[in-house]
Design a protein around this ligand. Structure first.
Ligand code: GDP
Length: 361
């Protein structure tokens, strides 16, 4: 499954946040026989629709979609030139499908900042520089063979051009993700290089709890990483939240003036930047959110439930979440109102589709 790698300088609150994340671990509940690596946290994708559906179809069992985070420990500065730990750090990032950078924006004189001062932009620069240098190294290593392949017509000129463009972007100190969002390069054109900075980035600013509702403060930080997504949380506050039961946690959030926990936001944004979406099934046995890639067709989605469903796909009975709830989950009513859609093999799944697949065995 796709994973999000958590990176950051030492003492920024990574472990505090990661431990809070893993306390939300859903694997243990739903997949009791799965083995979980100690540095991996599988958290539920928050979805307010699921309890609503569960009540309508009278089931207790809810299975949410999940988001997988991997805590990438290791040194940062000098990683790109380093051996041992540095290499391991980069290899772990290479395996992740998206990068979540935790950045310290909280003040606390008792906790030493590795660079001696609280400067989020500078911290981001330190980390991204290592990733950029590693990517430049990748390109340097690839170029001699690429030039040979180009002469031998084994690769296209366009691939060489895109690689050189990528090199220029990196040399200017920017990530490929940043440049791609600005429309300067198409990630697909350099996919074969598997560059670290071509992965989607999310920035998590670990801020003092007093700043969680300080919109001006947050906007400044958000603007500094835009168009990448920024999330604001207080790692210690999140940690305390995960120790409470649902009602108490909700109250603590409300008291802090927050609609949603930072970890829930992180799960949602992370799921989205991985290019994932869900479709839903609602039956007496369970209500479930299944994860698929954006743009997948009905047979591909069916294959996530069971490979036989994809092979023997006939059609999909689809009703939107809103229509399902509007009809109080009554199939006869949904049919009467003409809200049941019969979709064929070319149908592209939409978020919020409640589906029943018909298939041959
Ligand atoms: P890591 O090195 O990035 O994993 O950082 P840790 O999670 O170990 O945190 C380093 C220190 O900062 C610990 O003493 C934490 O208790 C503390 N810490 C983490 N988050 C916060 C925060 O939001 N505010 C304050 N004041 N301290 C924090």
């Amino acid at each position: 499954s796709l994973t999000i790698g958590i990176v950051g300088l030492p003492n920024v609150g990574k472990s505090t946040m990661f431990n809070a994340l893993t306390r939300n671990n859903v694997l243990a509940e739903n997949y009791p026989f799965a083995t979980i690596e100690p540095n991996t946290g599988v958290v539920p994708l928050p979805d307010k629709r699921l309890p609503v559906l569960a009540e309508l179809v009278h089931t207790e069992k809810i299975v949410p979609a999940t988001v997988t985070f991997v805590d990438i420990a290791g040194i940062v500065k000098g990683a790109s030139e380093g051996e041992g730990l540095g290499n391991k750090f980069l290899a772990n990032i290479r395996e992740a499908d998206a990068i979540c950078e935790v950045v310290r924006a909280f003040e606390d004189d008792d906790i030493v900042h590795v660079n001696g001062k609280i400067d989020p932009a500078d911290d981001i620069d330190t980390i991204n520089t290592e990733l950029i240098l590693a990517d430049l190294q990748t390109i340097e290593n690839a170029l001699p063979k690429m030039e040979k392949d180009l002469r031998g017509k084994k690769i296209e000129q366009s691939y060489m051009d895109a690689t050189k463009k990528a090199k220029e972007i990196l040399e200017s100190g920017r990530t490929i993700d940043e440049a791609a969002k600005a429309g300067e390069i198409d990630k697909a054109d350099i996919y074969d290089l598997h560059l670290l900075t071509a992965k989607p980035f999310i920035y998590v600013f670990n801020v003092d709890d007093s700043e969680l509702t300080n919109e001006e403060f947050k906007k400044k930080l958000a603007d500094s990483v835009a168009p990448a997504q920024a999330i604001f949380l207080n790692a210690q506050f999140e940690s305390e939240l995960t120790e409470l039961d649902e009602a108490d946690a909700r109250e603590m959030l409300e008291d802090a003036g927050l609609a949603e926990s930072g970890l829930d936001q992180l799960a949602r944004v992370g799921f989205d930047i991985l290019g994932l979406q869900t479709f839903l099934t609602a039956g007496e046995k369970e209500v479930r959110a299944w994860q698929i890639h954006k743009g997948w067709t009905a047979p591909q989605a069916a294959g996530v439930i069971h490979t036989d469903f994809e092979k023997g796909f006939i059609k999909a009975d689809v009703v939107s979440y809103d229509d399902f709830v509007g009809a109080q989950g009554s199939m006869p009513k949904i049919k009467d109102e003409g809200k049941l859609r019969i979709e064929g093999k070319d149908y592209v799944m939409q978020d919020g589709d409640i589906v029943e697949f018909k298939f041959n065995v």
